[in-house]
Design a protein around this ligand. Structure first.
Ligand SMILES: *Cc1c(COP(=O)(O)O)cnc(C)c1O
Length: 387
């Protein structure tokens, strides 16, 4: 496997001009896809690449996944599907967020498939196909518990009576887990049972239920196709166990300034962090405008254990000090020998023990939100590009 480090053509930020460096390992992404495929009991493994492939970049992630053997992609928006089509000419592409009125011709123009989630959407797609004289493919989404998107289960059980189903190709029947990352949650089994009941009414249609965590449930609800997203990008699909996935995303930030603050000094906006003694502060060139959540701010006193952000500096975890600003984060680096740090050095923001899951937890959110907010001011460095 060749390993080339190159800056993305899509990234307008050069390395010398950047405050942070976002490393995206496309070989790890491909390897995670293979791991998930091999965990899916022979079902086809698709890839969910919505939200710019969870922040990693559609234009880079999709070709890497296609090269690994992935043939089916899911996005949330039609605009994202058009971007996927531009880099994956032969792929099957589904748009999860349903069909807006008047848009079927856009689907046809780019050879995309809507995920239909109501009888109204089904009627519009069927009417479009009748007018076109061709049975274009679409998926049907049945809501088995989220109460968000899709036909109700009772509507799903009546699907085979709908005459419009003759007018298009139902290429996939799908539903989505509410809590698959909680393997013991009884809602998983209820959803699996409801989905199976709907599926029995359309036995010839391929079926799909599992997201990343769903693939690992003991019930093995793999059906014909699995739809992993988060785990592809290195997120842990098994929150209480060791992560079976390889990290894909790494983030470094540069130190703009190092300074000593005195006892009783405060750091940052609104003076929310107090130095109980002389402390050394490193100011990093990254902030909430780069997608690092302000909710990871450290409000308290030096030396206190706070559920707040951390970075790895010269091999050691160092805690945030004060509020996360728009463009800057301040970190307490008193424990690092002065000679080991200088202006311009980089620290690890995501990487080592600071996984995307851990960064999310320390910000009071989930790793998904960390990935999908990854900012636009980083130099993006794609590693592990093949071919
Ligand atoms: C986002 C999404 C997925 C992927 O979920 P992960 O938890 O990221 O694996 C699968 N299916 C649907 C319908 C989704 O919206």
């Amino acid at each position: 496997m060749t390993r080339t480090e190159q800056t993305s053509a899509a990234s307008p930020v050069s390395q010398e001009a950047a405050g942070g460096f976002l490393h995206i390992d496309l070989a790890a992404l491909a390897s995670n896809w293979r791991t998930l495929r091999d965990s899916a009991g022979g079902a086809e493994a698709a890839a969910v690449v919505k939200a710019d492939a969870y922040g990693t970049g559609i234009e880079q992630a999709v070709p890497a996944l296609a090269k690994a053997g992935c043939r089916t992609f899911f996005v949330a928006h039609l605009s994202e599907a058009i971007r996927v089509r531009a880099v994956a000419a032969d792929a099957t592409i589904y748009v999860l967020n349903g069909l807006f009125p008047g848009t079927p011709s856009v689907y046809l123009q780019h050879d995309l498939r809507p995920v239909l989630g109501s009888f109204e959407e089904i009627e519009e797609w069927a009417a479009f196909c009748r007018a076109q004289g061709h049975k274009h493919a679409a998926a049907i989404h049945v809501d088995t518990g989220m109460n968000r998107l899709g036909l109700t289960v009772s509507e799903g059980l009546r699907l085979q009576d709908r005459t419009e189903l003759k007018d298009f190709e139902t290429a996939l029947l799908m539903s989505h887990f509410v809590s698959a990352e909680e393997s013991g949650n009884p809602i998983n089994l209820r959803q699996i049972e409801a989905f199976k009941a709907v599926r029995e009414t359309l036995p010839q249609v391929p079926a799909s239920l599992a997201n990343s965590s769903g693939i690992f449930l003991k019930e093995k609800p793999h059906f014909d196709l699995v739809r992993p997203g988060y785990a592809l990008y290195g997120g842990n699909p098994l929150p209480d166990q060791d992560n079976p996935m390889s990290p894909v995303v790494g983030l470094e930030a540069r130190i703009v300034q190092l300074r000593w603050v005195e006892e009783d000094d405060t750091v940052g906006y609104n003076a929310r962090w107090l130095a109980l003694g002389r402390r050394r502060i490193a100011t990093l060139s990254i902030g909430y405008a780069d997608g690092y959540p302000r909710s990871a701010s450290a409000r308290g006193k030096s030396g206190e254990e706070l559920l707040a952000g951390q970075v790895v500096v010269a091999g050691r975890l160092c805690p945030f000090a004060g509020n996360v600003s728009m463009d800057l984060i301040t970190v307490d680096v008193t424990d690092i020998p002065e000679k080991d740090l200088k202006r311009g050095d980089t620290v690890t923001v995501i990487g080592d023990t600071l996984t995307v899951d851990e960064v999310g937890r320390r910000a009071g959110t989930i790793g998904y939100e960390i990935l999908t907010n990854l900012g636009r001011r980083y130099a993006r460095i794609y590693g592990g590009r093949q071919g």
